[in-house]
Design a protein around this ligand. Structure first.
Ligand code: IDP
Ligand code: MG
Length: 149
């Protein structure tokens, strides 16, 4: 089953939005299989955002993501990567569609509340950066047959 990494960034924690953001993924029907409350080191931030090294916003991005605690989660399900991305909304929160996390709760690109892996390779890489295998729980959920036929 597909797994994807989700981060509630420091602005989401500081603004008291942890519960609301988790609820969006829960009620969509995705299954939580790992979660931790942590603060990212600069080393972890540079590994996580290696694709953005050299871009003008990179120093600010690393400062932002390491500025306070975050919630790291792994969500699972068929097409979980795409479902997380559509639930989050566009990167530039100011232009994100209403109904999405960013479109409902944020107003700009540099404070966009959440991260979600953008494809199968980045998901595998990012999940293993944040979680060891024994921190991911395999479990069955009684409601699954009411979420997918
Ligand atoms: P994503 O988070 O929607 O996948 P990416 O393009 O991968 O977007 O960018 C990673 C993160 O870098 C964004 O979520 C945002 O926090 C930050 N970011 C991207 N572009 C800009 C920018 O132009 N200014 C400030 N921050 C940016
Ligand atoms: Mg990205």
């Amino acid at each position: 089953m597909e797994q994807t990494l989700v981060l509630i960034k420091p602005d989401g924690v500081q603004r008291g939005l942890i519960g609301q953001i988790i609820t969006r993924f829960e009620r969509r029907g995705l299954k939580l299989c790992g979660m931790k409350f942590m603060q990212m080191s600069r080393d972890l931030a540079s590994a996580h955002y290696e694709a953005h090294v050299g871009k003008d916003f990179y120093p600010g991005l690393v400062g932002y993501i390491t500025s306070g605690p975050i919630v790291a989660m792994v969500w699972e399900g068929k097409d979980a990567i795409q479902i997380v991305r559509t639930t989050m909304g566009a990167t530039n929160a100011g232009a994100a569609a209403p109904g999405t996390i960013r479109g409902d709760l944020a107003v700009e690109i540099g404070r966009n509340l959440v991260h979600g892996s953008d494809g199968p390779e980045s998901a595998a890489r990012e999940v293993s950066l944040f979680f060891s295998a024994d921190e991911l729980i395999t479990w069955s959920r009684e409601t699954d047959r009411w979420i997918r036929e």
